[in-house]
Design a protein around this ligand. Structure first.
Ligand code: NAD
Length: 454
């Protein structure tokens, strides 16, 4: 927890993620205001304004007495207006930074996106060492990438501490992008179409977990870093200096299995796995199965084993410190963190979970039918045709190269740094999260507001 209580301004606080952050801050009794171009809730002080106008942000900061900004504002993904993305995400974020420095704000937590490192190639268990590509997949993520760069570069300016969080595939109550899209497919009777072979893993993140990560980042931003940056030493050492006690504590304490919080995740290891198709089971078969099923035993005392490929191994930490001697990779300020549910799943599994749960809401709506699988190359060919046709008639095509890539490529991230440094654990598992989202959708449907878009 922060030593003195912060006063929060959630920029984009009328939006999906922003609203969950506001609710979590209110729940723990914090002083919070919202800055947004639209007002959707009346329970907190509201400042109407556009982040690309520095003066409007500055006025809100002054009037609210903000000490910590949580900046989640952005136009939604998928618009064909690169100039708007640039204006709001890049120029707007720079205006937020300038206003923060001008008003001596201490902390800025920025909602970036895991998409800033995605350029269409597979991402398998990637961690924060992976440098963002020159060109991400689309204008939206390109602008998020430039905004994130500006936020991280601003760390330390005028005493401002900054951090960027990169959530992946957010869903949950209040979401008008994922849920509205999946509902439309359900309503149109197209749930049997599948692009790609569904062997690619994808990270989804339940919205309250994302909000929780923002609060943790805000709380820990002004924690002293566990070791001074190398640039503060008289000479940059040629070999890794010994880790400090605080660093060892961060790196070596046993992390509980994610199942403890998300409930259903069970990843087989060599010591704990289901038996599979053995003709003659191995002599320790019972032990292997028992270890796999005993998901909840605390691994206290199990050593943390790191190879040199591990992002948090000593050689890799040293390399990271040498690359950026002014930063502290085991601190929060100036760092980026992936935020996911830690439960990568096959891409089509989550939409299907949503559709299956919608069946309980709309019994009899769906006919049972087999899947029609569109192999990825065919998907790309059709998308190419649709994009050309769309361009000719001046209409957005339903199938695009981006959508095919999105549904066919591995995209999942390593959250160990987030768990160790921020102390983040996903609070709600995927299946429970989907249930909560569909329950919310049911009430929206009943009240007729399910078609409202942000
Ligand atoms: P959202 O559209 O629900 O909320 C964004 C809010 O920002 C809206 O209330 C909007 O009015 C406000 N806003 C837009 N332009 C503004 C401006 N110029 N000035 C002030 N306010 C403005 O979006 P969301 O899904 O809650 O996304 C929140 C953040 O999370 C965004 O930065 C987004 O890039 C990031 N993100 C979202 C996802 C996802 O799957 N939804 C994934 C990764 C990252």
């Amino acid at each position: 927890m922060a030593s003195t209580k912060d006063v929060y301004l959630v920029i984009g606080g009328s939006g999906f993620v922003g609203r969950h952050i506001v609710e979590q801050l209110l729940r723990r009794g914090d002083n919070v205001s919202v800055f947004d171009i639209v007002q959707r809730y009346q329970d907190v002080p509201f400042y109407s304004g556009d982040i690309s106008d520095q003066e409007q942000v500055s006025t809100a900061l002054r009037r609210s007495g903000t000490t910590c900004i949580i900046h989640t504002a952005s136009p939604p993904a998928g618009l064909s207006d690169p100039a708007l993305y640039w204006k709001v995400n890049v120029d707007g974020t720079k205006a937020v930074i300038a206003a923060a420095v001008q008003n001596n704000v201490r902390k800025l937590v920025f909602t970036s996106s895991a998409g800033v490192v995605f350029n269409g190639n597979a991402l398998t268990n990637v961690d924060e060492r992976l440098a963002p590509p020159e060109r991400p997949m689309d204008a939206y993520n390109e602008s998020k990438q430039k905004a994130e760069e500006a936020v991280i570069a601003a760390n330390g300016k005028g005493g401002l501490l900054t951090v960027a969080l990169r959530p992946a595939g957010i869903f949950g109550p209040g979401d008008r992008q994922v849920m509205a899209g999946l509902y439309k497919v359900y309503e149109d009777g197209k749930t049997h179409y599948q692009i790609g072979d569904n062997t690619n893993l994808f990270d989804w993140t339940y919205v309250e977990n994302v909000a929780h990560a923002h609060l943790l980042a805000a709380d820990k931003l002004d924690n002293p870093p566990p070791a001074p940056p190398l640039s503060t030493l008289e000479e940059i050492p040629l070999e890794a200096p010994p880790l400090t006690e605080a660093e060892v504590a961060i790196l070596n304490h046993p992390l509980p299995p994610l199942d403890l919080t998300v409930g259903r995740r069970c990843i087989p290891t060599s010591e704990a796995r289901p038996l599979g198709p053995y003709v003659t089971p191995p002599p320790n078969a019972d032990k292997l199965v028992a270890a796999f099923e005993d998901k909840f035993s605390h691994p206290e005392g199990r050593p943390v084993v790191r190879t040199r490929f591990d992002p948090l191994s000593e050689p890799n930490l040293f390399r990271t410190k040498i690359d950026k001697p002014d930063t502290t990779p085991l601190g929060v300020a100036g760092q980026v963190f992936y935020i996911t549910n830690g439960e990568p799943c096959y891409f089509w599994d989550l939409p299907r979970l949503v559709w299956n749960q919608l069946d309980a809401v709309f019994p009899g709506h769906r006919q049972k039918r087999g899947y029609t699988v569109l192999p990825a190359p065919l998907g790309f060919a059709l998308a190419f045709g649709a994009e050309c046709w769309g361009w000719l008639i001046g209409k957005e095509p339903a199938l695009t190269k981006f959508k095919v890539t999105y549904s066919c490529v591995d995209r999942w991230h390593n959250i160990e740094k987030t768990r160790r440094v921020l102390g983040y654990e996903p609070q709600v598992g995927l299946a429970d999260g989907v249930q909560r989202m569909v329950d919310w959708w049911r009430t929206e449907y009943t009240s007729g507001t399910h078609k409202i878009t942000h």
